[in-house]
Design a protein around this ligand. Structure first.
Ligand code: SAH
Ligand code: DHB
Ligand code: MG
Length: 225
């Protein structure tokens, strides 16, 4: 039963994805480069990338902040939805990931729209605030989950009324419901969700996603004031 439903999720994901999020040569090349470089295969799926792309269009975002670049696959999807003059700041800890992401973005013709900052995201976020960056229109949190509570705090500091904050991987195959878990990523995800619930400046929801990467989900929030 469980095995069958996973196959079904993947098949439906493929059907939707082929229709609504078909890959062109640049997206294929980015995924190929990421796998060839042995980056962890934790890029968003094509449909999740398209979802982010549509979200950029809905919000008409011009300034996007991404925490967790990896090979820039999600970055390409978002960058392609930007209006002229729109920019993404993407934060990445691993210099090697950032280099691969730059190459992928260059290949997709999107590098000019993206500023990849290498370092611990918590340091980069403090530096962004110090230098007067922001407010951002859309913030995508997708790095080390144990720091999600701090990333959410920084996201609020770099926001305005109407900013949309998206947090990736909030369901983690359902492990998120384990209130006793001592795993740092689950603890971080749960604390982040609790903060979203308790924060009067945020209105938040979360949606499970199923598909070729199993069960996961996004949390999404809008800054009210
Ligand atoms: N958004 C990407 C996937 C990001 S994977 C996509 O969907 O295509 C998570 C990334 O966060 C990894 O590249 C990892 O190196 C990076 N990361 C982990 N801890 C970090 C930290 N403290 N600061 C910045 N980046 C971090
Ligand atoms: C995993 C998936 C992700 O999208 C991510 O950002 C981190 C980890 C995972 O499946 O382990
Ligand atoms: Mg993710």
């Amino acid at each position: 039963m469980r095995k069958n439903s996973k196959l079904l999720w993947a098949a439906v994901d493929r059907y939707f994805g082929d229709l609504l999020a078909p890959h062109d040569e640049a997206l294929n090349a980015a995924i190929r480069a990421n796998r060839d470089a042995r980056l962890p295969a934790i890029d968003v799926t094509p449909l999740q990338g398209k979802f982010l792309h549509v979200l950029v269009q809905i919000t008409q975002a011009r300034r996007i902040l991404e925490i967790g670049t990896l090979g820039g696959y999600s970055t390409i999807w978002m960058a392609r939805a930007l209006h002229k003059g729109g920019r993404i700041v993407s934060l990445e800890f691993e210099p090697r990931h950032a280099e691969i992401a730059r190459a992928n973005l260059r290949c997709a013709g999107m590098l000019r729209r993206v500023d990849i900052r290498v370092g611990h995201a918590l340091a980069s976020l403090a530096e962004l605030k110090r230098s007067g960056a922001g407010p951002f229109d859309l913030i995508f949190i997708d790095a080390d989950k144990e720091n999600n509570p701090q990333y959410l705090k920084w996201a609020l500091k770099l926001s305005r009324r109407g900013t949309v904050i998206v947090v990736d991987n909030v369901a983690r195959h359902g492990t998120v419901i384990d209130a006793k878990s001592k795993e740092s990523d689950i603890v971080g995800t749960r604390r982040c969700l609790e903060m979203m619930a308790a924060e009067p400046r945020l209105s938040a929801a979360a949606l499970q996603t199923v598909g070729m990467k199993g069960l996961d989900g996004f949390a999404i929030a809008v800054v009210l004031r």
